[in-house]
Write a protein that binds this ligand. Structure first.
Ligand SMILES: [Zn+2]
Length: 590
């Protein structure tokens, strides 16, 4: 058995999310509590590769690869366990005995450290006397102290070299400080100066808590209102969502993300208890950001500014999100209001009420939007609008939904629904490419299909203590045919602690024994099945009947044997001692 420090691996598993690690190489879509994607370990066209964040495990129903976060990187990157441990420890920010990574990894790590230190510097500045001006500003905008701490807001003082001096003094080399983008070169003087000065600072966290860059806002009306860390090796604003680090648990648990435009909107809404918000960092939403959202949820609610620009951006965002197969709803705020203002004016209750009452599906939003754009509703504009909505309606899977929107559209355009249906069919015949490329998750085909009776029983035993006790009491623990399953159930039986603790320990042991994939398969089944489906009682009776039959078979054989020998005395003795013979064979299996 390979041994390693369980404590370290447990800590890593707690800090890292398997969904995040897998999503680096596999495009995952959420479906219920699971994530699905195309398996990186075998070629396939429909996803049969699944990840369960609750158990931190993956399993491929196609090629049966499976295991925990360590198994995944071992298999993906061809690492041994020790190497996987080192790599994931680095990602989780846990120090092991130091080992050299690649140059780029080393560099990113250093730049993150620089950012981390800079965030601390800005934050302390905000909390100390020079930061009074920002604290006043935040107070006026209704930002509470706990929010300042949760988002590690900061203040970049109005000085040219304060941050640089601080970082150099902290022992960072100028090379890494330059790479962080926090200082800029002055060509004339051949020197550097701090990029952010006299600004409210928003550190931009990656999903794992690493700080990749900053946004800085002026405290008055000076322009530009916001500046960001320039695009660096590490930081690309296309690829991050502001607030995701703070919101990700809430997004997972509500299975919805509220998508906003600005830092302030995001912070204010979270402060008001709407915990599942993220912002696209003042840029138009990108595909990368949409993909990032796919890791956490199936549903996005867009809440952009009520002005014309905000509405135009909404339209764009809808298409990007829909391309990633996310379900999109839209709330349009009253003209000229941004979410932050509107929350301020209306108060939390009324704000939430407004959102509830003004949620539209993305198709309804588009219908309304196009109608608003057209001054007159003549034949030409009708054709144009139907044309613009064709794909969106056609991409709906449910015929009921399709029918619903066709009727709404017909009503608004004063047309016959049949005519619109005819238009839709034209698209269908052309087999629009979006539809073809869409990753269909053929989950129903996979569910249960590949599981044997033994596997269902094993899963039921791990899932339900009563079932475990009932089976152990009547059949013992050695009735499963596959030795791996026999091992699983016997090891589980010997583990101490509550069910959850025992499963975690069992998972570790399976990993060490090289049985991670087998274990993952059972865990996936355990998660999705109801214990009743295993039909445990029926199973117990069948096995008992089989055992009984086998025993009688043995008795019969023995009697026959004694008969042939013609030894009456032995035969009599055997019949008289039948009870003990039966007892001996009871544990013997079939
Ligand atoms: Zn596979």
């Amino acid at each position: 058995m390979t041994t390693y420090d369980n404590r370290v691996s447990q800590e890593i598993a707690e800090r890292l999310d398997i969904v995040d690690i897998v999503a680096e190489t596999v495009k995952l879509s959420r479906k219920g509590n699971r994530y699905w994607g195309l398996c990186p370990f075998h070629a396939e066209k429909t996803p049969s590769f699944s990840v369960t964040p609750e158990r931190n495990m993956f399993y491929c129903f196609g090629c049966h690869a499976g295991g925990d976060i360590f198994s995944f990187v071992m298999k993906r990157d061809g690492l041994n366990f020790r190497e996987a441990l080192e790599m994931l420890a680095a990602r989780a920010g846990i120090k092991l005995v130091s080992t050299g990574g690649s140059r780029e990894q080393e560099q990113s790590k250093k730049v993150i450290e620089v950012n981390q230190a800079a965030a601390e510097f800005y934050h302390q500045m905000l909390l100390s006397p020079p930061g009074g001006i920002v604290r006043k500003y935040l107070e006026n905008r209704g930002i509470k102290q706990e929010t300042v701490l949760a988002y590690k807001l900061g203040y970049a003082p109005d000085q040219w070299n304060r941050l640089e001096e601080y970082l150099l003094q902290k022992g960072f080399s100028q090379e890494y400080v330059k790479l962080s983008g926090l200082i800029k070169r002055n060509e004339n003087r051949n020197s550097y100066y701090d990029l952010f000065r006299k600004r409210l600072m928003f550190p931009i966290f990656q999903y794992n808590g690493d700080i990749l860059g900053f946004g800085g806002r002026v405290l008055d009306d000076t322009l530009p209102k916001y500046i960001n860390t320039p695009e660096t090796e590490l930081y690309s604003k296309r690829q991050v969502l502001y607030g995701l680090y703070q919101a990700r648990q809430a997004i997972r648990s509500t299975n919805e993300a509220v998508l906003l435009e600005g830092y302030m909107d995001c912070i204010k809404l979270q402060q008001a208890g709407i915990n599942n918000c993220v912002a696209s960092l003042g840029t138009a939403l990108t595909r990368e950001q949409a993909r990032l959202l796919c890791r956490y949820t199936e549903n996005v609610l867009i809440l952009y500014d009520g002005d014309e620009a905000g509405q135009r951006e909404t339209l764009r965002a809808i298409d990007i999100l829909a391309q990633e197969a996310l379900k999109v709803q839209v709330v349009t705020l009253p003209a000229g209001k941004d979410p932050d203002d509107f929350l301020e004016i209306s108060g939390k209750e009324e704000f939430l009420q407004y959102i509830q009452n003004n949620k539209f599906s993305h198709i309804e939003f588009k219908i309304n939007r196009y109608l608003k754009e057209e001054k007159t509703l003549n034949l030409e504009t009708k054709v144009k609008i139907v044309d613009a909505l064709k794909n969106a309606i056609n991409n709906l899977k449910s015929p009921i939904e399709k029918d619903y929107y066709v009727k709404i559209l017909a009503q608004k355009l004063l047309m016959e629904p049949n005519l619109i249906y005819r238009e839709l069919q034209v698209v269908n015949k052309r087999q629009n490419p979006m539809d073809r490329n869409k990753t269909q998750i053929s989950r129903d085909n996979i569910q249960y299909g590949n599981y044997s009776k033994d596997e269902k029983i094993l899963a039921a035993m791990l899932k339900d203590e009563k079932t475990f006790a009932a089976i152990k009491g009547s059949l013992g623990l050695n009735f499963l045919a596959r030795s791996e399953y026999k091992d699983i159930i016997n090891i589980y039986d010997q583990l101490k602690g509550n069910q959850e603790e025992r499963l975690v320990k069992l998972g570790e042991i399976m990993q060490q024994e090289g049985m991670a994939a087998t274990y993952a398969k059972i865990i996936f089944l355990m998660e999705e099945m109801n214990v009743e489906e295993a039909k445990v009682n029926e199973f117990i009776h069948r096995v008992q009947a089989l055992k009984m039959e086998a025993r009688w078979q043995k008795i019969y054989q023995h009697i026959n044997f004694l008969k042939v020998e013609g030894d009456f005395e032995h035969l009599l003795k055997f019949v008289l001692n039948l009870d003990s013979f039966l007892n001996e064979t009871r544990e013997g299996g079939i």
